[in-house]
Design a protein around this ligand. Sequence first.
Ligand code: GLC
Length: 739
Amino acid sequence: MKKSMTLIWLVVAAVISFSLDSDCFARKRTKEPVYKNSAASVEDRVSDLLSRMTLEEKLLQLSQYTLGRNTVENNLGEAVRDVPAEIGSLIYFGDDAVLRNEMQRKAVEESRLGIPILFGHDVIHGYRTMFPVPLAQACSWNPEMVRKSCTVAAQEAYSCGVDWTFSPMVDIARDPRWGRIMEGYGEDPYAASVYCRAAVKGYQGDDLSAENTIAACLKHYVGYGASEAGRDYVPTEISDQTLWDTYLPPFEAGVKAGAATLMSAFHNISGTPATGNRYILTEVLKEKWGHDGFVVSDWDAVRQLVNQGMAKDAKEAAMIAFNAGVEMDMVDDLYKNHLPELISEGKVRMEQLDDAVRRVLRIKFRLGLFEHPFASETPQEERYLFPESVALAEEAAAETMVLLKNEGGILPLNPECNLAVAGPVALSREVHNGNWIARARAEDVITVAEGLEKEFKGRILTAEGCGFEGDDRSGFEQALKAVRESDVAVVCIGHKAGWSGENCSRSTIEIPQIQIDFLKAVKAVGKPVVTLVSGGRPLDLREVVDNSDAVLMIWHPGTMAGPAVAGILDGRYNPSAKLAVTFPYSTGQIPIYYNRRNSGRRGTQGLYKDIQSEPLFEFGYGLSYSTFEYRNLTLDSDKVSPEGKVTASVEVVNTSSRDGQQAVLWFIRDPYSLITRPVKELKFFEKKMIPAGESMVFKFEIDPLRDLGFVDRTGRKYLDSGEYRIMVGGLEAVLEVVE
Ligand code: GLC
C-alpha cells in the first residue's frame, strides 16, 4: 500500500512539475519577442517590433546610406565601421558577400533589436550575366524571356547579398534624346505593363522569402520619361489625363503584381515634384491602389525639393516628402536629421512615422531577412554565369535584335562566305553590356568578331576602320582592303554603352559622322554590306539604311553579343523582334510615337514641309527570314454588352520555307469619344512559332472594359457604348458595344 501511495505521489509530483515546467517553458517562450518568432504572422511581428523601437531606431529604419561606394579595397572595411548598426538599408555597390555579411552581422548582433539591413542595388538587366537592355527586351514580345532574365539576375544578385533591386524601370518614354529610354520598355503603356508584371515575377518569384528572390522596385514614379526635350532631371508637363492614360498604367500593373517597393522620381510634374507629390504617392498609390510596401526616394531627391523651389530648406523638404508619402530617404539623411524636430513641432505625425516604419519592416519580414540575414559566402565562380544563364542570355540577345532591312534576302549569309568585320563595335566588349551594368565585366563579353569567327569557321578579316567619334580616317584603308578581299562586309557601328542611361541626354539621335563616312566608304567598294547597329535608344538610321543591304539593330545585347549576332547572320536564329519604340526619321520629328491622337485637319495634320512626316521605322516594325500573311480576321460577334466577351481571331500564314516566330500585336481604336483616344492602342500580344508553309490562328479574348475602356483624369475606368475598331496585321473589324 505504502509503495503504491509513494508511486502515486511521485506521479502527481511529476505531473505538477511538468505543468510548472511547461508553464515556465511557455512563460520562457513568451519571453522570446513575437517579432523573432517565424511562426507568427508578419503583421504581428511588425507590430511587436514597432512597439519596441525608439524614435532614433525608427528614423534609421527610414534611412538608406551606401556601402562600398569607394573601391579602395583596404578601406572598404572603414565603410562598415562608420555605418550605424540600426541603419534600415544600404545601397551595396560591391559583390563581396563577406563584407556585406560583416555589415549585416553588425546589425543583427550588435544592435539592440537586431533588425537586418536591406541591401539594395541597381540590377537593371542582369547582375553579372548581362542580358539585353530593357528597351531591347521589349522588342522581343516575349514576357516569359523577360521574367526568366530577371530570375537569373535575382539569383546572381542574391548570391552576393543583394535583397532588393531598383528595378524594373517602367517609365514610358517617347523622346529618344532622353538617355534613360534605354532602361524602360518603350512607348506603349500596355506593353510596359506586361513586361513590368513579368519582371516583378522574375525578381520576386511566388514567395519573397524564398532563396534567390529579391524585392522589386518600380521606378521612377511617375512620368520621368516626359522630361522636356529629353533633358534628364528637368521638369515635365503632364496633364492628369495623360498621367492616367499613359504614365501610371505600368506602375499600377506592377503594384497589382505585388511589387514590394517603388522609387519616387526626381522630376517636377507640372509644378509638383514627384518626390513631394502627395497625390501620386498617397492618394493614388496607397489609398486607391492599396500598396502596402514602401516608397524610397531617388538619390538625394528629398533634398532636391529645395533646388526645385518646393521647400525653403532641407528640413521643410523632409517634411514635404515624408508627408507626401515617401517612406525611405535615399542617402541625404534628411529624415534622420529633421523628423524628430518636425514631430515635436507637430508637423509630422507620429502615426505616419509608425506607418512608414511598419511598411519597411513588413518588406523585411516578407523577405525572410530575420530568418536568413546572411548571404552564402560561396566562391565567386559558383555564383554567376551558369551555363543555363549564359544560354538564356544568348537566346534573349538574339530575340531582341530587330532586322530593319534585308534587301534581296542577303541574310542569312552563305555559311561558306568570307567576311570582313569592321567598325568601332566589331572588336568592342564593353559596348555590349550597355549602361547600368551592376557587376558585369567587359571581359565576360564575347565580341561580334569572336562570335563571327567561330560561326564562320575563321573565314573573317577584322579591322576597326574608325572610332566611335572624332575624324581620324587613318584606319579606313586597312578596313577597305579587308572588304575588297572578302565576299561580304559586316559593318558594326552605333553608340557607345555610356551614351544612353542616366544623365545621357543627347541633342541628336544621329550616329557620329565618322562612322557614317566609314560605312559609305565600305559601301563604295561594291560588296554586299550588312550593318549592325548598337545603341540604347532609337537612332537616326537614314544614311545607314541607304548604305546597307541589311540592317540589324542589336541594341546593347549583353554578355552573349557575339554568338547571338553570328547566329542571326548565319540563320541559326530567325529574327522575330519588332520595335517597341518608334524610330524617328530625324531628330526634328521628336516626339513621335504610334499612339498619338488625331488633329483636326484631315490629311494635312502635323506635316513637315522639309522632311517626311512618317517615322523611319514605326512601332511594331521588324523583319524575319520568314514571311507572314494575316488573313480572315473574324469576331465571334460584332456586338457585345459591357459585361459580355468577344473573341477575335486571325489566321497567320507562314508563307516562307523557314519556320519562324511571329509576334501578333492586337490594337483597338475608339474613333469617337468625349475624351479623345489615340488612333491605335495596343491591347494584347502573343508570339508563336509557325512552321514553314503552315498557318496558325491567334485569338484575342476581348473584355470590353479592360480592352476597350479608357480612363479619365481622375483614374476612373469607364466604357463608352458605340463603335470600336479591332486591328491586327493591317486588318480591321468593327465591334459595337451595346448597353
Ligand atoms: C540614381 C537613379 C536611380 C537609381 C538610384 C540608385 O540616381 O536615378 O534609377 O536606382 O540613383 O542608384
